[in-house]
Ligand binder design. Structure first.
Ligand SMILES: C[S@@+](CC[C@H](N)C(=O)[O-])C[C@H]1O[C@@H](n2cnc3c(N)ncnc32)[C@H](O)[C@@H]1O
Length: 359
């Protein structure tokens, strides 16, 4: 018999409280994921079968009691399998998501960074009062590294083998020797992947974040490509004449305080037969369309802490934010900036769409 009694107000409050506390649980579990990634625990568990805290301690040199509590937290969160709370297995499907940073497009553990610095949280609260957000540099020196670990897999693993071959004539041009700019290059992962694949071409990365450019220089130092230069500069500082055959803006237009001006500068800097590749968040232009995204709340929260905040970090900023550049708006803005061709590519990147734009 179905229970037809009206629910008591207390039941509604209880259910709502549980929903709220589940986000607190997410916050705590997020920190555990960060620690698991940082301490190499997922990598130690990958392929190891059922493992006790003592065995994990032996493998990692870490303290058994701390590991047991961490292992239980992970099993409680459904990330490890453990029928008895004593032996723990990292499931096969978890390996590409939590342990395999070098060759998996699904790697996600790098996106977890623990809690924000209290001063950054204070500044965000102030932003609600002043209306002026935080630039990427205002988020502190570690922000560029966090972005690098979150977005790096797609730049490193998909750009050269999957994305560039889909753009009309671009690969051949890079093989022959072309000028390429990556605007909003962050830690330079995309530039370095391209420079390695196309040694005859020349690459310039631009970013207004000193922390990002510092990180990019460090990465360049390790990779040692002679055909790469990074510049502490924003989109408005691009050369005023047609210079580049390929221009990239990867996951950054919606972060820019003045995206329309950036697009106009990109048009001036791009050769008439050049290509502009935009990577931006996969989203629709209506609330209803976006409600289908199971991670919508995360995207809006990221917008508040990072994307919209950066896009409002100057007075009069456009403030597009994480979900602000859907394909319809992107195309309209590109046409406004003087581009006439706009094609959407879907590479099965769960977070992003790609736009091939030409004068
Ligand atoms: C989410 S990160 C993406 C970094 C990199 N493209 C990647 O895919 O890893 C956004 C970047 O946009 C940069 N940015 C913000 N405003 C900018 C502007 N006006 N011109 C160029 N880059 C900008 C930020 O400093 C940050 O490094």
């Amino acid at each position: 018999m179905p229970d037809t009694r009206p629910s008591r107000p207390d039941d509604d409050i209880r259910a709502f409280a549980l929903r709220v506390w589940s986000y607190k649980q997410g916050e705590e579990v997020s920190l555990m994921i960060h620690l698991g990634d940082r301490l190499g625990l997922y990598r130690a568990l990958a392929g190891a079968g059922a493992c006790s805290a003592a065995e994990l301690a032996e493998r990692t040199g870490l303290h058994q009691r701390w590991l047991l509590e961490w292992l239980r937290s992970q099993a409680a969160a459904g990330l490890l399998a453990s029928p008895d709370g004593e032996r723990f297995t990292l499931p096969t499907e978890a390996v590409p998501v939590l342990a395999d940073e070098t060759s998996s497009l699904w790697f996600a553990a790098g996106a977890f960074h623990g809690t924000l610095h209290p001063e950054v949280v204070d500044a965000l609260a102030d932003a609600f009062r002043s209306g002026i957000g935080l630039s990427y540099d205002d988020l502190g020196p570690s922000a560029a590294h966090r972005v690098e670990r979150m977005l790096g897999p797609w730049s490193r693993l998909a750009l050269v083998p999957t994305i560039l071959p889909a753009l009309d004539g671009v690969e051949a041009r890079l093989q022959a020797g072309a000028r390429v700019a990556d605007v909003g290059c962050g830690a330079g992962v995309a530039v370095l992947a391209l420079a390695e694949a196309f040694p005859a071409s020349r690459f310039d990365g631009y970013d207004p974040s000193q922390h990002a450019i510092h990180r990019a220089q460090q990465n360049l130092g390790q990779a040692g490509h002679p055909n790469v230069a990074f510049h502490l500069a924003d989109a408005a500082d691009l050369p005023d004449q047609p210079t580049f055959d390929l221009l990239l803006t990867l996951d950054c237009l919606h972060d820019m305080p003045r995206p329309a001006e950036a697009m106009a500068a990109i048009r001036r800097a791009l050769a008439d037969d050049g290509t502009w590749l935009i990577k931006d968040i996969r989203c629709g232009s209506t609330w209803q369309e976006n409600l289908r995204n199971p991670l919508l709340a995360m995207l809006y929260a990221t917008s508040v802490t990072t994307c919209m905040s950066s896009a409002l970090s100057e007075p009069g900023g456009a403030g597009l934010g994480t979900l602000g550049l859907d394909p319809r708006r992107a195309e309209a803005m590109c046409r406004q900036a003087g581009f006439t061709r706009f094609a959407v590519h879907d590479f099965d990147d769960p977070a992003n769409l790609y736009y091939e734009v030409r004068p």
